[in-house]
Write a protein that binds this ligand. Structure first.
Ligand SMILES: [Fe+2]
Length: 180
């Protein structure tokens, strides 16, 4: 199976036009690649899952992520690849693999970190302090659309401290993600 970034990007941009969603996919990709490297897993594969995890969201928000299969199968993505994407449904029943835990664990968190950076005068993720992210986690009025519970659960699933998880994802974004 071809999991190159080039192919994943070309498919994603056929189905997603909205900038914020594209940015979200790029951010999740960066976090997935960083965690794959950390855990000694397939960086290319994890990155492609991250990049394509919301491929059906713009066109089929109601069925998301149930339509990813129809969009990816014709391009030769494996059943496992499609299951990995489908697994980030919040109500996914089977036990999640490491990749699947990471995907769920970074999905909301990347958006939250970006929101925290955007209220800084320099808008920089690199200069963002983890303690200020932790503080904003408790500020319910801030980025209220972001589900804090999912973020906390993500760290628990990965059996790492929330602070460490935030720090790791923020570093990945600072290194490999820039808002387009
Ligand atoms: Fe997502």
């Amino acid at each position: 199976m071809d999991t190159t970034r080039e192919k994943a990007w070309s498919i994603l941009t056929q189905h997603v036009q909205e900038k914020p969603l594209l940015n979200h996919c790029l951010a999740v990709e960066a976090a997935m690649r960083a965690y794959a490297a950390k855990y000694g897993e397939d960086v290319e594969y994890w990155g492609a899952v991250g990049l394509l995890h919301d491929v059906d969201f713009e066109k089929y928000p109601e069925e998301h992520p149930g339509n990813a299969k129809n969009m990816l199968k014709p391009h030769g993505y494996s059943d496992q690849f499609i299951i990995d994407i489908e697994s980030h449904a919040r109500d996914w029943a089977p036990e999640r693999s490491l990749l699947q835990k990471v995907l769920l664990g970074v999905d909301e968190l990347t958006g939250f970190i970006i929101a925290c950076a955007l209220v800084r005068p320099d808008k920089s993720i690199a200069n963002l302090q983890v303690k200020s992210v932790m503080k904003k986690m408790k500020d319910k009025a801030f980025a209220r659309a972001v589900n804090r519970e999912t973020i906390v659960q993500g760290a628990q699933m990965l059996e790492i401290e929330l602070q460490e998880h935030i720090e790791f994802v923020a570093a990945a974004l600072a290194k490999d993600f820039s808002m387009s």
